[in-house]
Design a protein around this ligand. Structure first.
Ligand code: MN
Length: 471
């Protein structure tokens, strides 16, 4: 396996340097407000360039957003192609690389330590307000790192974090791994120690979203993706290890038996997640680099969707291959919020296999709502080709699969509190069809044509000009 380009993914800074070299970052010197303006500019640049805000009103700390907003950028960072991205991610899941612990004195993120009364999140850091009806300023790109009190293994995840006070955060913690650790601690009446890490490269963010089993440390997946052990350092006041090259670390604890209002917050499906009583994190100590960069993710941008989508695609690909080994690739589309719509390509060997793939996709993750299965010759990353397959290779009478009353996403407002219908389109060609029936038209020799050999920028050189076309 080829190793990733470790130099570019070593830290947020090395990644920003890489973006700068490739003209993939906009430096915004004009004074910007925390309220909506950072989010608005980031959104306008989404899919084109990252945004670095050097002059944030009332703050001396810059903000960066949109550090990777295309599949190509993630593929480049992993030294692979967009089509190989899912297999590359699976390989890292299977071959995690243990982290490498370094001394506090050598950790850039420990250059400055702030404790006690001096901790004041909103005074210290430019934490933006993103959407109109958000309840306030939110940390949206913080890696939550905690240790399982039972096994000692660490977990990395991202949660939306509302600033509820100078050292207080409201957190949405869905029932996955961190929740499991927290409940174990809470049942003993104990808080759960937690570190919030802000300012890392996009590969570390991507690894945090891996659908890995409980007990697998996502930071080791980051190491595998980078091809180099992630240097970590023990926090100053809690027994948690964090990436030493990060920009900012908040050290604290999730309080037992405390719930306070959190939300609403604009989420990935482009709707607001509701306000309700949620878990509370108290921050006791903050460490950061001497001149920290604050990182944010604007919800529902391509960056946000891809961070969730790429690791999901990898896991779905594995599950579908367990059902039908000739599944070649999967694509969670932007329009489907990188969650609800999955397009699958396969080499069908037996009639009916595409329908099994549809059922496997429904079962693989409750978020999957609409499934399209096509033959391998269709490029699943080209949505025009996929639509063409639906238009010309699908008959509702025999190719449609519908299931009602299954569990879907609670964030999909068209469901009945998560109870959802599921729909599958089998767009594979019947194996018994006549060879010419589904043969795509083809122009011989077209692939070998290099247009530059035929086109001239200055038509007058060839004696063809506007006068030729006059009547
Ligand atoms: Mn986990």
């Amino acid at each position: 396996m080829k190793q990733a380009q470790t130099s570019t993914s070593k830290s947020l800074r090395s990644w920003l340097g890489h973006l700068s070299e490739n003209d993939e970052i906009s430096i915004i010197d004009k004074k910007v407000s925390l309220d909506y303006e950072i989010a608005a500019i980031t959104k306008k640049l989404d899919g084109k360039k990252a945004a670095y805000f050097s002059n944030v009103e009332d703050y001396g700390i810059p903000v960066v957003a949109g550090t990777a907003t295309t599949r190509k950028q993630f593929a480049d960072a992993l030294d692979t192609t967009e089509k190989q991205l899912n297999d590359k991610f699976l390989n890292a899941l299977d071959h995690p690389m243990p982290c490498h612990t370094i001394e506090s004195s050598e950790a850039p993120v420990h250059e400055v330590v702030i404790e006690g009364e001096d901790v004041d999140l909103l005074k210290m850091f430019p934490i933006p307000v993103h959407h109109e009806k958000d309840s306030g300023n939110y940390i949206s790109a913080g890696l939550s790192i905690a240790k399982d009190p039972k096994t000692g293994s660490q977990n990395v995840s991202i949660h939306r974090l509302q600033i509820s006070g100078k050292n207080r955060l409201g957190a949405l913690i869905l029932p996955r791994h961190l929740y499991n650790f927290y409940k174990n601690a809470e049942e003993q009446g104990e808080p759960l120690e937690i570190a919030i890490v802000i300012g890392v490269d996009p590969i570390t963010l991507l690894a945090s979203q891996a659908i890995a089993p409980l007990g697998q440390d996502e930071m080791e997946i980051a190491g595998a993706l980078k091809g180099e052990a992630v240097p970590v350092v023990k926090c100053k006041t809690i027994d948690v290890y964090v990436p030493a090259n990060a920009e900012i670390v908040l050290e604290g604890k999730i309080l037992p038996h405390v719930r306070e209002p959190e939300g609403p917050f604009g989420e990935f499906p482009k709707y607001y997640g509701p306000r309700s009583d949620k878990e509370v994190i108290e921050i006791t100590t903050i460490t950061h680099r001497r001149t920290p960069i604050y990182q944010t993710i604007v919800p529902a941008t391509y960056e946000h969707l891809l961070l969730g989508g790429i690791p999901r695609e990898a896991s779905l690909l594995r599950v579908l291959r367990n059902t039908v080994p000739t599944v070649t690739n999967v694509h969670l589309t932007f329009g489907g919020t990188c969650r609800y719509h999955i397009i699958v390509s396969m080499k069908k060997r037996n009639e009916g296999e595409a329908k099994n793939v549809i059922f496997a996709a429904f079962a693989a993750h409750y978020d999957v709502k609409h499934v399209v299965v096509v033959d391998d010759e269709v490029d699943i990353f080209n949505l025009e080709e996929v639509e063409w397959a639906i238009a010309t290779r699908f008959q509702a009478e025999k190719d449609l699969v519908v299931v009602h009353g299954a569990l879907g996403s609670k964030l999909d407002p068209s469901t009945d509190n998560g109870i959802s219908s599921k729909l599958g389109f089998d767009c594979t060609v019947p194996l018994a069809s006549e060879p010419m029936e589904y043969e795509q038209i083809k122009i011989p020799g077209m692939d070998g044509i290099n247009l530059d050999e035929y086109l001239f920028n200055d038509p007058t050189l060839k004696g063809v000009n506007k006068e030729h076309f006059e009547e």
